[in-house]
Ligand binder design. Structure first.
Ligand code: DC
Length: 227
């Protein structure tokens, strides 16, 4: 069984995919983390991000792995754990450029499909239902109001801290601008842009909790299992 969840940054894909994977005993495939790993490694190794051929070459030659661990999966590049490094604002700001290169996307396809060849999978990204798994059993396109997405990202960043949302307003505004910039780049690129598959179920999560959306998608999975 393949469950495809696509949508823009901060729409809740990761959290919901994790909850669904746990509930059904599926593997979770975070394809954004793979593009982030390419972007981070290019920055780290001093590869010019404007040099498309060099970035393509890097994407083809590095080995990106998802290593399971007690506190959740870790991403490694050529054996080095980069789980934390791929979540920085610098990577946020550069990942769309790298993920727009056709050669990079091509290099990521095979490892993404390999996961589903061996396991039931909940895959999340931008082109899962359109390009990676066009025959997925369940396809969801998850959206939410951009301000709500920015608010969620900021709260996620401050998880575990006593936060005053009013004081975080400048950070929310800055995050909103970054999210809108990234959405525009992801949606306007030529190859595998961020668009809903024609047969995807569209869910706007703005007014729902994570649990409510998870339940909605779980119902779709149950239905697909019965089919
Ligand atoms: O989901 P995320 O924010 O971690 O994704 C990081 C970037 O990777 C995002 O800006 C677009 C790109 N991406 C993509 O092009 N295709 C995917 N399937 C997943 C992510």
């Amino acid at each position: 069984m393949i469950v495809a969840i696509d949508g823009p940054a901060g729409s809740g894909k990761s959290t919901i995919a994790r909850a669904l994977a746990e509930r059904f005993g599926f593997e979770k495939l975070d394809t954004g983390a793979m593009y982030r790993s390419v972007a981070f490694t290019a920055l780290d190794r001093g590869v010019d991000l404007d040099d498309e051929a060099a970035v393509d070459d890097l994407a083809r030659t590095i080995t990106i792995r998802v290593v399971p661990s007690a506190e959740g999966p870790h991403m490694t590049v050529d054996g080095r754990d980069v789980s934390r490094e791929i979540r920085t604002p610098l990577v946020d700001a550069n990942v769309s450029k790298v993920s727009a290169y056709p050669g990079v996307r091509e290099a990521m396809l095979e490892p993404q499909r390999a996961v589903a060849a061996e396991h039931d999978v909940v895959a999340e990204g931008r082109d899962i239902g359109t390009v990676v798994f066009p025959h997925a059993d369940v396809k969801v396109f998850l959206t939410a109001d951009p301000r709500e997405r920015a608010r969620r990202r900021v709260l996620q960043r401050h998880e575990g801290e006593a936060v005053d949302l009013a004081a975080l307003e400048p950070e929310v505004a800055e995050t909103l601008a970054a999210i809108e910039r990234r959405d525009a780049l992801d949606a306007s690129r030529d190859v595998a842009p961020l668009v809903a598959a024609s047969d995807a179920v569209q869910i706007d999560s703005t007014a729902y909790t994570i649990d409510e959306v998870t339940d909605q998608i779980a119902a779709l999975i149950e239905e697909a299992k019965r089919a």
